[in-house]
Design a protein around this ligand. Structure first.
Ligand code: FAD
Ligand code: GLY
Length: 369
């Protein structure tokens, strides 16, 4: 049955979900209180890097991330085709760098369990490492090379997603300032500040770091908190840095437009999206250490965004048990860009009562009650 789905929030998760649902023939409306892609999604570094981001152990979250990485080649092609907008999607591969002998053991442990999941993961040292990333400091004693890890230019990707949605007749209402859920039990009715009403059969919550505001509405705990990420970019000659460089203190992502993105802090600062001298200074110091050729350079661009973090680090992805018309797709924390295709597919499958392609049990939205 084709349904009318209302999506609350026009970040990467809301837009990707809208795009997938519309492709499957549903009628979709996106309600955005400010600007689509104007929050965390437009601020992201765009790494598609499950092996680098999840080093500890395998769990459902790792499976979810890996499934999404594998959806990306077809997904991004489809977004480009429907939007008729190009954006950078680079299969650069990544290097997870370590600086101390003691960290080598950790790298080997990572390689063992990740290889069980089919990861291509090679530990590189000395001249081999130097050859594939010549500007990396010689203080790096080894690095795990993950050829499958990729990155995307997040601001352009989100713009293309919005255009793809509009081109395929998703109704997008932005600059609504405030959207209130008026009814959600029998019928779904939302209202914007200017009094406009929006009705639908289903409601998908994609409101990122602001999701906790809906606790009163649904009477459940929604422990989603904003964690600010301060980030900056240097201008560099292309292709001076070739791979994503990941390390315990920060990461670097070389973009085709000649910027090297250096990120990112994890601060508790409420809903503030300003940058601080201390936050950027830490990134600058780390950059000098990892890339000596940038020692005397200053970043040309500095910004910040609010990651939607949850109490246990997992997203909220699923239907309410007694009210399946309400679906949560929020709390993607550090990996919302990576997780956008798999989330979109999962929500569409939930709405169509299809068998799950990935296990969602760990992500149940009512697990904190
Ligand atoms: P958002 O993009 O924040 O969108 C939520 C939207 O909902 C907002 O536009 C907001 O205005 C709207 N909204 C809120 N409440 C309401 C309401 N009541 N009514 C209507 N609209 C509402 N992820 C990766 O995968 N790879 C990376 O390399 C990466 N790097 C990052 C670097 C930084 C510095 C930061 C900050 C994040 C990074 N992330 C990365 C994480 C990623 O950006 C987030 O996980 C993702 O953007 C979350 O998407 P979202 O749509 O849930 O949230
Ligand atoms: N995934 C990178 C970040 O959140 O900063």
């Amino acid at each position: 049955m084709q349904e009318h789905v209302i999506i609350l929030g026009g970040g990467v998760i809301g837009l990707a979900t809208a795009f997938e649902l519309q492709r499957r023939g549903h009628q979709v409306t996106v309600l955005e209180k400010v600007q689509c892609g104007g929050q965390a999604s437009g601020a992201a570094a765009g790494m598609l890097a499950p092996y680098s981001e999840i080093g500890e152990d395998v769990d459902d979250f790792f499976d979810l991330c890996l499934a999404s990485l594998k959806l990306y080649p077809d997904w991004q092609r489809e977004v480009k085709a429907v939007s008729k907008q190009d954006f950078e999607y680079s299969n650069s591969g990544s290097l997870h760098a370590v600086f101390h002998e003691a960290d080598l053991l950790g790298l080997e442990a990572r390689q063992r369990w990740q290889r069980e999941f089919g990861a291509e993961a090679h530990i590189l040292e000395g001249a081999v490492l130097q050859k594939i990333e010549p500007e990396l400091t010689d203080q790096v004693i080894a690095a795990m090379y993950y050829p499958e890890e990729s990155h995307i230019y997040a601001p352009d990707y989100v713009k293309a997603l919005e255009t793809a949605c509009r081109n395929s007749s998703v109704r997008i209402y932005d600059q609504l300032e405030e959207v209130t859920v008026k009814q959600w039990k029998e019928q779904i009715i939302l209202q914007s500040k200017d009094g406009r009403k929006f009705t639908g059969d289903r409601l998908v919550i994609c409101s990122g770091a602001w999701s906790q505001e809906l606790e009163g509405t649904f009477g459940i705990r929604i422990p989603v908190y904003p964690i600010r990420g301060q980030i900056c970019a240097y201008e560099i000659p292309v292709p001076k840095v070739k791979h994503i460089i990941f390390s315990s203190q920060g990461y670097f992502v070389p973009k085709a437009n000649g910027s090297l993105v250096a990120g990112a802090s994890e601060d508790i600062a409420g809903f503030k999206t300003d940058i601080t001298e201390k936050g950027i200074a830490r990134l600058e110091n780390w950059t000098k250490k990892v890339f000596p050729f940038l020692s005397s350079k200053q970043p040309f661009h500095k910004w910040a965004g609010l990651r939607p973090a949850t109490q246990d680090g997992y997203p909220l992805l699923g239907k309410l048990a007694n009210d399946p018309q309400i679906i949560f797709a929020t709390g993607h924390y550090r990996n919302g860009i990576l997780l956008s295709p798999v989330t979109a597919h999962a929500v569409a499958d939930l709405i169509e009562n299809k068998k799950e392609q990935v296990r969602l049990t760990s992500f149940h939205p009512e697990r904190f009650n």
